[in-house]
Design a protein around this ligand. Structure first.
Ligand code: 5RP
Length: 402
């Protein structure tokens, strides 16, 4: 057993059939028959001579790890096994590599460097944000888990002392998932998994349970992310109008950056005498209506508080046509009758979610745009959802389970 705290690197001197010869200093206190972890791969030492050791490598081990392409001259992490009484300064690492992951992106951040790694699909379920993972045998914390990738953040010490600091996009790394997470996932901790399922998840959700969590979040006045992979290829943050607060408007304006619109059941707009915008409509068939402001407002109608008040009034059962000025600074949309069974757009998803939450069929949606002006794609959206602790759902899941 190891801990993933790397004290030494050693250089590969020779790659032979069935063995690796490694330069190792006197601090590598090993003898024939002991175990060592090389880049996170547990190997048995077959011989030790002055300044070097030879470790046996089977074809099976080569196939499943980065040792299939290791070359002489390469520095590898060398970790000796734990002794009873040693400090476990990392986490329990077995040296049993689960698979090889591919580095997708390396991004420097003020406090370190973030690595995005794509593991084999079966490993994703064993990676949980804030649990541990070993990369080339180095004990790290999983920062985020997305649909097909996860990230870790390397602190300056790790960048200087390990070969992870040399990684670039396209490189391969040995992955060992956390033993405890593995035990829970493999059925040894069903109670633990049930408790985890009850947590207010953020990030990508799916299935009927995911949809229920999204509805609950909306009912409580929170925002949810709805990803539309088909019609627009964009994701919107959605709120219920009845619960909409000025703080939520500020969030949309300063963090979400898209065009805020107010999807309504068509009968609400008819009742309030808010007509369709003239013209043939946009390419996606979004039914835009004449913009409005709250007639009782004393300002321009633009401030977050005024827009939130206009939006809440649209959702009020006792609202009347004279409550609104036309045109204004709030943009209503009409949902198609039949909602998601007719059209799988954000307009219909927003109204369907509000109805499922037991609220008036009026909501708020705003496309997530990146600060560089590019519309967020699904990976950006998952990061966004995790960052702001919002649940995220695919519109097709809503169409299926609402
Ligand atoms: O058009 C829009 C607002 O300007 C947005 O794209 C919004 O997502 C709603 O539209 P749709 O129902 O087409 O997804």
């Amino acid at each position: 057993m190891f801990t993933g705290r790397i004290e030494q690197t050693a250089v590969v001197r020779e790659v032979g059939a069935g063995f690796l010869r490694i330069a190792a200093g006197p601090e590598a206190d090993v003898s024939a028959g002991s175990s060592v972890a090389l880049d996170g791969v547990r190997l048995t030492v077959s011989s030790v001579a002055a300044g070097e050791l030879v470790a046996a490598v089977t074809d099976e081990t080569r196939r499943r790890t980065t040792l299939d392409r290791v070359e002489a001259g390469r520095p590898v992490h060398l970790e000796l096994p734990l002794a009873v009484g040693d400090r476990i300064d990392g986490h329990l690492v077995q040296g049993h590599v689960d698979g090889v992951g591919k580095v997708l992106r390396v991004a420097d951040e003020p406090s370190g460097r973030r690595l995005w790694v794509k593991p084999g699909e079966r490993l994703l379920t064993r990676l949980v944000a804030k649990s541990s993972v070993a990369l080339n045998g180095v004990s790290l914390t999983v920062a985020e888990v997305l649909k097909d990738r996860f990230s870790v953040v390397l602190v300056p010490h790790t960048l200087q002392r390990t070969n992870l600091g040399d990684l670039v996009a396209g490189d391969r790394v040995n992955l060992e998932t956390d033993l405890l997470t593995r035990m829970a996932r493999d059925g040894h901790g069903p109670d633990l998994l049930k408790a985890i399922a009850r947590l207010p998840w953020s990030g990508q959700l799916s299935g009927p349970d995911g949809v229920q969590k999204v509805v609950a979040q909306l009912a409580a006045g929170g925002g949810v992310v709805v990803w539309d992979p088909t019609l627009e290829g964009e994701g919107d943050v959605v709120f219920a109008a009845e619960r909409f607060r000025p703080q939520s408007m500020i969030f949309l304006l300063t963090q979400v950056f898209g065009h805020t619109t107010i999807p309504c059941a068509a009968e609400v707009l008819e009742r309030l005498e808010i007509p369709r915008m003239p013209g043939d409509g946009d390419r996606q068939g979004t039914l835009m209506h004449v913009s409005i402001d709250l007639a009782s407002s004393s300002g321009t109608g633009v401030s977050a508080a005024e827009r939130a008040a206009t939006i809440r009034r649209l959702a009020a059962a006792d609202a009347v046509p004279s409550d609104f000025l036309r045109p204004g600074h709030v943009f209503p949309l009409a949902a198609r009758p039949g909602l998601l069974s007719t059209r799988k757009g954000h307009t219909e998803a927003t109204v369907a979610l509000c109805e499922a939450a037991g609220l008036a069929p009026v909501g708020v949606c705003c496309e997530v745009m990146r600060p560089d002006g590019v519309m967020a794609d699904s990976a950006d959206l998952e990061q966004f959802a995790l960052r702001w602790e919002l649940p995220m759902i695919d519109v097709h899941d809503l169409a299926r389970w609402l």
